[in-house]
Write a protein that binds this ligand. Structure first.
Ligand SMILES: [Zn+2]
Ligand SMILES: [Zn+2]
Length: 196
């Protein structure tokens, strides 16, 4: 059974999204339990594990939807201290040194699950960020998460050094900008709202 389900894969499909590095179309694939979105020039836009059971009867765009759901849930569980895979305690960190864009990283000592993504993923499950989009008539989860400016644009990341704070990320919708400050573990420690 395991062998059979692990063999599930899908023909690559172009999505209604462009690579934020080179503007080529974003292409989704699903292989060996991993959903990957990248472009023809191999710029990686998004990658998340999707269990074969969830992919068995799904189209590739549906698999991408599930992958994004699992990414959001994975972030929520990790930020609450639970490994998304085995539910043991997990610790997270924001890495700002020797990386081009700050990353959120967590590794489970119990099952080995590893989560590495742009630090902006920590804001996907933040109620004030969701509310900012809502206030302007947008549903945050309608967008492909790699398309969100606060995830892809490194100009929106600012390193800060105050007590435990290490990174500030600007989330802009219409005339409003919400600056969100994360601590070294990726938890939100401060907000400020500005009008343009
Ligand atoms: Zn590209
Ligand atoms: Zn685990």
């Amino acid at each position: 059974m395991g062998t059979y389900t692990h063999a599930i894969s899908r023909e690559a499909v172009e999505l209604d999204s462009d690579c934020f590095v080179c503007d080529d179309p974003a292409i989704a694939t699903y292989e060996n339990g991993i959903c990957t979105v990248s472009c023809a020039n191999d710029h990686l836009l998004f990658r998340w594990q999707v269990p074969p059971t969830a992919a068995a009867t799904a189209t590739l765009p549906e698999i991408v939807d599930v992958a994004e759901l699992l990414a959001r849930q994975g972030m929520e569980r990790t930020l609450n201290g639970y490994c998304p895979e085995c539910y043991h305690a997990i610790e997270s960190a924001v890495i700002t040194e020797s990386v081009e864009t700050p990353v959120f990283r967590a590794q489970c000592e119990t099952c080995g699950a590893r989560l590495v993504c742009p630090a902006g993923y920590a804001l996907l499950v933040d109620s004030r960020v969701v509310a900012l989009y809502q206030r302007h008539g947008h549903d945050l989860h309608e967008y492909y998460l790699w398309d969100l400016p606060f995830i892809q644009e490194k100009e929106r990341y600012r390193l800060v050094e105050e007590r435990s704070a290490c990174l500030e990320i600007d989330v802009s919708v219409a005339s409003e900008t919400l600056s969100v400050v994360l601590d070294e573990t990726g938890h939100v420690v401060n907000y400020s709202l500005h009008e343009k």
